[in-house]
Design a protein around this ligand. Structure first.
Ligand SMILES: Cc1cc2nc3c(=O)[nH]c(=O)nc-3n(C[C@H](O)[C@H](O)[C@H](O)COP(=O)(O)OP(=O)(O)OC[C@H]3O[C@@H](n4cnc5c(N)ncnc54)[C@H](O)[C@@H]3O)c2cc1C
Length: 386
């Protein structure tokens, strides 16, 4: 029997109410200062929303992925930016699925009550980029510690996280049959590491995303922080990617709804040539087209969620949902700027900010080209292109 998805109206209402305390002015000020939305994240933590996916036995809400998707979609639909904290919801999945009982007992209850933040995820590196198997950061076992050396880039929220999930090479590439072997996932306690071999440098970006580059210089990490088996890290990271892509897709659907609601209301009220601009088909059609594409993307998000909750491996659907939803949100964003004319560029309308924020999702956490390559090779059976 396939899972019937709930709409989670109660959750949606509660998130919408919480987000009303964080209006456009709040985000605009942070954006200007490139500051972290601590109050927003704190409010979500206190209300328990960020522990939605942690099982009840570890103090979380034990909700399914579709509930987390509803939470994140509503944050975006309300004009907020879930990018500040979405990883606190799903990064713990690697620990939950592959960690030992001791590790789960040690970390999950504190992550669930918000006293411990696990929202930094160190995979991407400056030289290897999307080619994860070519990453160069090493973790060498030396007695009861790993010695970590190397560099990560785009490690978002590292300054606002206590722990980092790090993917590093533990077996030299030349000793591996495949380049995706010999990589391991290690928990780095950044509270102890900063100044002792770990340096974090913020990167200023076109939107306020608290992203950083991270340097490891002979950082000592206890061997007991290895998650699962040594050398299987790439597989562990992959196993969390469907969930991440589906949740990001849900955020994009939320963004598309926010943009379209703004477009519709402005197109009705703005009068030029003695008639509402929304009376012109040239104004209506881009909004209507973006709306149709958002609805189609949303169906794919729901299909991916349904398969995920049925215990299937919806790699194709999660990827398609993420690509279609990111395209739909950017199309809606573009239509929204156009509908607002000059005002679309004015800071006080929040459109230009959301436009910059939603653009990210065609590149991260995976770029559109790589999704198309995945579909070409794994769904359509075309030759591998890289
Ligand atoms: C704001 C931000 C936050 C991020 N947060 C995190 C994070 O928290 N943790 C983390 O580990 N990473 C994070 N990332 C990294 C993100 O996942 C990568 O930027 C993304 O996967 C693309 O990798 P890259 O930037 O190295 O691009 P590259 O791999 O250098 O690719 C550049 C371009 O070339 C294209 N390309 C590359 N190879 C091929 C190919 N074979 N065929 C066709 N096209 C190709 C890509 O699609 C892309 O458009 C973040 C990135 C940003 C910008």
């Amino acid at each position: 029997m396939s899972t019937e998805l709930e709409n989670y109206d109660d959750i949606r209402d509660a998130i919408a109410k919480l987000c009303m305390h964080f209006p456009g002015e709040y985000w605009r000020k942070l954006d200007r200062e490139m500051a972290y939305p601590s109050e927003f994240v704190e409010a979500l933590t206190q209300a328990g929303w960020l522990s939605a996916l942690i099982p009840e036995e570890y103090g979380g809400a034990g909700l399914p992925l579709s509930a987390a998707a509803a939470i994140l979609e509503e944050m975006q639909r309300a004009g907020c930016n879930a990018g500040a904290c979405h990883a606190q919801i799903y990064t713990m999945g690697t620990l939950l699925r592959h960690g030992s009982d001791v590790q789960k007992q040690k970390y999950l209850p504190s992550i669930a009550n918000g006293s411990l933040r696990l929202q930094a995820f160190g995979v991407t590196e400056p030289t290897s980029g999307t080619d994860t198997g070519a990453l160069k950061t090493t973790a060498k076992l030396d007695g009861d510690h790993f010695i970590v050396n190397g560099q990560k880039i785009w490690t978002s929220r590292a300054e606002h996280s206590d722990l980092m999930l790090l993917l590093a090479r533990t077996t030299p590439l030349k000793e591996c049959m495949k380049k995706t072997e010999g990589l391991s996932v290690i928990i780095v306690d950044m509270r102890k590491a900063i100044g002792n071999g770990l340096t974090i440098r913020p990167i200023r970006t076109m939107m306020n995303h608290a992203t950083t580059e991270v340097f490891f210089d002979n950082l000592k990490v206890p061997a007991e922080n290895l998650i699962g088996e040594e050398g299987k890290g790439f597989r562990y990271i992959l196993s969390g990617m469907n969930a991440e892509r589906i949740l990001i897709a849900a955020e994009c659907v939320g963004d598309a709804k926010w943009f379209t609601e703004k477009s519709v209301s402005y197109a009705k009220e703005r009068s030029v040539f003695n008639r509402p601009i929304g009376q012109n088909q040239g104004v209506q059609f881009p909004i209507a087209k973006a709306y149709a594409n958002m609805r189609a993307a949303d169906l794919m998000v729901k299909e991916a969620l349904r398969l995920y909750e049925d215990g299937k491996n919806p790699g194709a659907e999660a990827n398609m949902a993420k690509m279609l939803a990111a395209d739909a949100s950017f199309e809606a964003a573009n239509a929204c700027v156009q509908t607002h004319g000059g005002f679309g560029f004015a800071e006080e309308y929040d459109i230009e900010r959301k436009f910059r924020e939603t653009r990210l999702y065609q590149v991260a956490p995976i770029s559109t080209n790589l999704i198309l390559s995945y579909l070409s090779e794994h769904v359509l059976g075309l030759p591998r292109s890289y």
